[in-house]
Write a protein that binds this ligand. Structure first.
Ligand code: FES
Length: 99
């Protein structure tokens, strides 16, 4: 059973947002062709907000220094040792839940 962190319609298709969980964790949500993915919002490079980055297809570019991450796996295209943490979400009706 997850905790609601956003409405599905809050995350526009092809876009991303940053939200906080009720216990204060910052999460980046991405909508890739109607599918919602979540990463820890804190960029592994220097802490930039990935949910305020630029999403193209399934790749988000960090707004601070331009590192790119696959939002479906967290894999970093600039540094294989610096993957972003993937978080598991479920969409239930209009709600996005996080585990
Ligand atoms: S903080 Fe994200 S690329 Fe530097």
């Amino acid at each position: 059973m997850g905790v609601r962190i956003a409405g599905k319609k809050d995350v526009p298709e092809g876009g991303c947002i940053a939200v906080d969980t009720p216990d204060g964790r910052a999460v980046a949500l991405f909508n890739v062709a109607g599918q919602i993915y979540a990463l820890d919002n804190t960029c592994p490079h220097a802490g930039g907000p990935l949910g305020e980055g630029y999403l193209e297809d399934k790749t988000v570019t960090c707004p601070w220094h331009g590192w790119s991450f696959d939002v479906t796996t967290g894999e970093c295209q600039n540094n294989p040792d610096a993957a972003a943490q993937c978080l598991k979400t479920t969409v239930q009706g209009e709600d996005v839940l996080i585990d």
